[in-house]
Design a protein around this ligand. Sequence first.
Ligand SMILES: N=C(N)N/N=C1\CCCc2cc(NC(=O)c3cc4cccc([N+](=O)[O-])c4[nH]3)ccc21
Length: 346
Amino acid sequence: QMMFPKEFREKYIMSKTLGRFLTELCSCFSGACGEVKLAFEKSTCNKVAVKIINKRKFVASGLTDANPALNINTEIEILKKIDHPCLIKIKNFFEAEDYYIVLELMEGGELYDRVSRPIKMKEDTCKLYFYQMLLAVKVHNRSVTCWGALNYLHDNGIIHRDLKPENVLLSSSEEICLIKITDFGQSKILGEASLMKTLCGTPMYLAPEVLNSLGTAGYSRAVDCWSLGVILFVCLCGYPPFNEQNTQLSLKDQITHGKYTFIAKEWKHVSDMALDLVKKLLVVDPSKRLTTEEALEHPWLQDEDMKTTFQQLLAQTCTNMSPPETSKMPTTTRKRLHENEEEYGS
Ligand SMILES: N=C(N)N/N=C1\CCCc2cc(NC(=O)c3cc4cccc([N+](=O)[O-])c4[nH]3)ccc21
């Protein structure tokens, strides 16, 4: 039985495990160890979700770059600062022998479970979900730059780098619902400033990878657009574009050459416009891949009914919204990595 910190037990009553516990355990090897439990907030009797991230398994598996604890604290800082209807909202955070992240309940669970069902999702539902994912990723990048509290990131964006159906949560078991993106464990805070500064001086001491990276610098956020393309592909046709079953090419070769598997009968009822958008996201060259802004301009998303539905769903949540109590949350003290650290040739 997991021991919860005293201060945690004072505020919450723990209940059952939510979602796919087994897969959570298996994902321990991907470093994202932990499970999600239902809890009741004593003060309000409201239901909340608690994401528990094991510390020791994290470290024991010798996974993750640098220091996992640093990641978590950066992640918590990111979670605390972003505020968008399509990004998960953190309600509280406790650090004991494990990490306990208290969040809003997303009763629809993970998109992963929807796309795993035998019956495919309707194209209009895919469109409503995908539109919200684009807004989250787009606003995510922009809100960080125009965010007062975040302007110390020198007008840098945050890239998620791990977008997948497991990290897209649904607000209700209704098909027509809001989605929220979660798990910023692999996020990267970008800095352009540092690269520009580096180029001011003579490159006499500059490493080749920095000069070689000039062609692709500034396209790191395009990785999220590729992942969104894969998610849209799976939502529309029910099977993944790149998979190990394919015998001709290895998974790596399928991806690096953009060779997705096209099973005509699974795409028969999908519109040409939807397929066109997928094709323009699954482009190997990041500089030619659609950005989130360009994707939002794509004909498939010029659908007023879908946008009205989204606005109506938003309006419903505002009626029963409790004011955020983020001010009372404990701040994480640990020093953060240099925000404007730029990754090269990524
Ligand atoms: N790994 C990392 N470094 N950060 N990850 C994170 C940190 C941010 C919070 C977070 C939340 C989740 N997931 C949920 O909340 C969730 C799953 C789920 C399934 C069924 C029902 C409900 N529900 O009824 O609520 C569910 N809520 C998964 C990963 C992470």
